[in-house]
Write a protein that binds this ligand. Structure first.
Ligand code: ZN
Ligand code: ZN
Ligand code: FE
Length: 737
């Protein structure tokens, strides 16, 4: 990657070992020659990858012997441009320890300067207009470096050598709060926050809305103004100690919190943690992050308390990042604006992760800190753009063996989000020099991503089935092409038979798949409305299991006439499409257990069901696997048992635990049946339902017990955020490079 201090590092290392030669960047990476003593050259090769600077990624080192030139000194040679660029822009990175020390050092010339950075940290992706990654092509272009900054920038021994956003209070961006600029602005903003204000705060990838997290009035006001119903607000704690007071943190979570990506880490809330009720009204987990830019470090230090830091938008729109737009959209929400004059070029939301006890963390939203890091493809791709699905949308551009998956675009259900997709695709195509010959899209004709794909001229369109894309994404990120057995569980995806899939057992690889099994189908009464009203799914499932109109269950608080109407809708062909959605089965069980009849966002009921599940060693509900073909996961007996337990007054926590155990056991045995039948040994677990860590870990364990290998999404989200990359992998396998 460019601008991460790799060439100066090589220069230093060569100097230390008294080697001659040169180093340069080209479009493929770094090229260098060293000459000197044989032992020193060997030491150089051994240390080169091991001691690389923090933001550098050494993928491979290839070396070959050359005849010596007799060069005495080592030189950094100017970058060569031209050819097919593969120039790599790195992700934004949290303030490094050296910069942090300077930030709080009264003797340093950047003491309390909110835009301090160096080659080891700072903004990258969010400020880049184009490549090569050089200051004129960043949003720092308008700031001319002062002589001391220029000297640092030009000195290969300096930590700020070629740090493109290098700046200081004399020459760089400044903060503003109301009419106050510079040092006073931060102090005034901090005072306003302490007094209960809701502020719009301009960060790295967009605006946040901030208020003090334990201020009941301020948080309630923010929630009411933002129309955010019940979705939890993210928190920014001043330091690790403060974060420990809010949530239960294991070593894995702490490492994630402190990582240079600085994601929002989801963890169980701690009893007595000081946050207002309105921060997360229904969630057992809280999302916490630590300050990641110098402005955040200063603000949190000045306020001295944890802040709500939720994305600056209303409901489902994309996060505001342009100053005028932010002012227009957030005016009615924020009491004031803490802003600055370094433009943001690419909006980028905070990433969201959840640790696992074994293996890599679950990336629930892969965005700031990871994007635009590239992923390899196991087969050659033609130049392509893959447009993703609908919810939690991302897109992906790819060529040859590399793919670049975009930041989180949002739910593609409105014009603003579609525009964001359009802009993002154009930017990625320029940044990574991909001129698409192929455009890949979901089978669903009504997704905005599909419409966008089909509007593009002069490209070949390839449709990829949703669950096949989930399967392919997981295989490809592990460098595999299949075939494998896939248990792909999610909320919604259009199947090849025109029904709504979501509890699918597939056998296949990148190029193709066969649907070899699925969840027992039911009706989705009222279509998409059933997503918002899990009690409808309870009604449909109970009716399916009983074979007749079900009585109103005791824990579902709707009136009898609505219940009966829903039962008749669920028997009709009108407004009740057939679905095998596993997500909707979880919704039905959450409703029957009395946890939730209505939700305000997709997946809320399922998340609450997972959080409720306690009691290891409970007996699973009956969920028989009919070996078929096709293999059927018959959840009807489980539904009846859930309803019986609920009527008998069994605790919702026990119901939740028995249900999770049932799905895990049935999934593992279905996968085993299929693996034996097909002579396969690999099982892929993917789809949004596997954001459920309890279910994921239980299935992985059971699959391993049966001698099979489980592959799970690690570098991309299990949810639809990974679909675009899966689409790219499928198109690559079908069409070749
Ligand atoms: Zn730094
Ligand atoms: Zn300066
Ligand atoms: Fe999906």
């Amino acid at each position: 990657m460019q601008g991460v201090g790799f060439r100066p590092y090589v220069h230093r290392l060569a100097g230390e070992l008294a080697l001659g030669g040169f180093v340069l960047n080209d479009e493929r990476g770094v090229l260098l020659e060293v000459e000197g003593d044989e032992v020193a050259v060997a030491a150089f090769l051994a240390r080169l990858p091991a001691e690389a600077p923090p933001l550098a990624t050494v993928e491979r080192v290839r070396s070959e012997p050359l005849a010596p030139h007799g060069d005495g000194a080592f030189a950094i040679v100017a970058s060569a441009h031209g050819g097919g660029p593969l120039a790599l822009v790195s992700p934004d990175s949290a303030t490094c320890a050296d910069c942090l020390a300077e930030l709080f050092d009264p003797a340093d010339r950047r003491h309390r300067y909110p835009f301090i950075n160096c080659t080891n940290c700072g903004p990258r992706f969010t400020i880049v207009h184009g490549v090569p990654y050089d200051r004129p092509l960043t949003t720092m272009a308008g700031f001319a470096m002062c002589p001391p900054c220029r000297a640092e920038y030009e000195d290969p021994r300096d930590r700020r050598f070629h740090a493109q956003p290098n700046a200081c209070p004399q020459c760089g961006p400044i903060v503003r709060f109301g009419a106050t600029t510079g040092e006073g602005a931060l102090a005034a903003a901090a005072a306003a926050l302490r007094d209960g204000a809701v502020l719009a705060v301009k960060g790295l990838g967009g605006y946040h809305l901030a208020c003090v997290a334990d201020d009941e009035r301020a948080v309630a006001a923010l929630r009411a103004r933002k129309h955010r119903e019940e979705r939890p607000f993210a928190l920014m704690a001043p330091d690790l100690e403060a974060a420990r007071g809010l949530v239960e943190l294991g070593a894995e979570e702490e490492a994630l919190l402190l990582g240079r990506e600085r994601p929002i880490v989801l963890a169980p809330r701690r009893a007595g943690g000081r946050v207002a009720a309105a921060v997360a009204p229904t969630s057992a987990d809280l999302g916490v992050m630590l300050p990641y830019s110098p402005l955040h470090h200063l603000l949190l230090a000045d306020v001295g308390a944890t802040l709500v830091m939720t994305s600056g938008n209303v409901s489902d729109e994309p996060i505001a990042y342009a100053d005028d737009d932010a002012r227009a959209r957030l005016e009615g929400i924020a009491d004031g604006f803490l802003t600055h004059d370094r433009p943001i070029h690419m909006r980028t939301d905070d990433s969201v992760v959840r640790a696992r006890r074994s293996g890599l963390p679950l990336l629930l939203r892969r965005s700031r800190g990871w994007v635009p890091g590239s992923l390899d493809l196991p087969v050659d791709a033609p130049p392509l753009v893959a447009c993703g699905a609908e919810l939690k949308a991302t897109f992906c551009v790819a060529k040859r063996r590399r793919a670049w998956v975009s930041q989180h675009i949002g739910d593609l259900q409105n014009l603003e989000t579609l525009l964001s997709l359009r802009e993002g695709v154009a930017h990625f195509e320029a940044l990574f020099a991909v001129t698409p010959e192929v455009v890949v899209h979901d089978l669903h004709p009504d997704y905005l991503s599909t419409r966008y794909a089909l509007e593009r001229d002069g490209v070949r369109a390839v449709a990829v089935q949703h669950h096949h894309a989930h399967l392919a994404a997981c295989l490809a990120e592990h460098g595999e092409t299949g075939p494998a057995v896939g248990a792909i569980f999610d909320g919604t995806g259009l199947g090849t038979d025109g029904t709504i899939w979501g509890g699918e057992l597939l056998v296949g690889g990148l190029a193709g798949f066969e649907r070899v099994g699925h969840l027992h189908p039911v009706r989705l009464p009222g279509g998409d409305r059933a997503i918002r009203e899990p009690w409808r799914m309870a009604c449909a499932w109970l009716q399916e299991a009983l074979g007749e109109e079900p009585p109103l269950p005791p824990r579902i608080a709707v009136d009898h006439s609505r219940w009966r109407t829903m039962a008749s809708v669920a028997r009709s062909d009108i407004a009740a499409p057939v679905t095998t959605s596993m997500g909707r089965l979880f919704d039905a069980v959450a409703a029957l257990a009395g946890l939730r009849a209505q939700v305000t966002y997709e997946g809320q009921a399922a998340a609450e069901l997972e959080a409720a599940a306690t009691g290891a060693g409970v007996s699973p509900y009956p969920l028989p696997v009919d070996p078929g073909p096709p293999v059927l996961l018959d959840a009807r007996p489980a539904i009846l048992a859930v309803a019986r337990d609920a009527a008998d007054g069994v605790d919702a926590r026990v119901i939740a635990a028995r249900f999770h155990a049932a799905v895990a056991a049935a999934t593992a045995s279905a996968c085993t049946v299929l693996a034996e039948r097909e002579g396969l040994s690999t099982v892929v677990l993917a789809g949004g339902v596997f954001q459920n860590r309890l279910l994921l870990d239980a299935v992985v364990e059971r699959v391993a017990d049966r001698g099979l290998r489980a592959l799970v999404p690690e570098r991309l989200p299990p949810n639809d955020g990974g679909i675009s990359y899966g689409q790219a992998a499928v198109a690559a396998a079908r069409l070749g490079g």
